[in-house]
Design a protein around this ligand. Structure first.
Ligand SMILES: C[S@@+](CC[C@H](N)C(=O)[O-])C[C@H]1O[C@@H](n2cnc3c(N)ncnc32)[C@H](O)[C@@H]1O
Length: 154
């Protein structure tokens, strides 16, 4: 199962179609959500949810029957994209996801790590890492390319 925050045009969903048995993706922008919902309307394995990742992602993770891949990429990304209660909700999301108890072996990725502490409206890198260690103290963590990778013990 893939759980994604920030559908945008659906590029990640499209990539994972052959690889995941179920895909849940969340987009806050009305127009982007409409486009993605239309794009994947004929794909029964894909659910395109509309709203804030802070609400929908923990709920989706709570329905996972086996260890999901959780791709946190839902943040304001310029003109034509949306914004929820927080411009970059990843640190808060990590805590909310931990509360629902993701299955052993879950992998979480926070994309665009380069922006934490560099973009003036983003949380600092310290805030992201503190949230990650608080939420998942037993996880293995490392940065690969531009993503923080959090692997929960199997
Ligand atoms: C970097 S893009 C995502 C790219 C996408 N994952 C892909 O593979 O092409 C970020 C997207 O997150 C959406 N977004 C912003 N804040 C959000 C939130 N709180 N909940 C859900 N989606 C959000 C934006 O509207 C934008 O479409």
């Amino acid at each position: 199962m893939l759980v994604e925050s920030g559908t945008f045009l659906g590029g990640t969903v499209k990539f994972f179609l052959p690889h995941a048995e179920r895909i849940v993706t969340v987009e806050i922008d009305d127009q982007l959500h409409r486009w993605a919902a239309m794009r994947f309307a004929d794909e029964p394995k894909v659910e395109v949810l509309h709203g804030d990742a802070l609400t929908h992602i923990p709920r989706a993770v709570a329905t996972a029957e086996s260890a999901p891949l959780i791709w946190l990429d839902g943040h304001y990304s310029g003109h034509g994209t949306g914004q929820g209660a927080e411009l970059e909700p990843a640190p808060s999301l990590l805590g909310l996801i931990a509360e629902v108890g993701p299955p052993a072996g879950t992998t979480l990725l926070v994309d665009d790590v380069r922006l934490f502490g560099a973009h003036r409206d983003f949380p600092t890198l310290h805030m992201l890492l503190s949230a990650a260690f608080d939420a998942f103290p037993a996880a293995q963590m490392n940065v690969e390319l531009d993503s923080l990778v959090i692997r929960l013990p199997a």
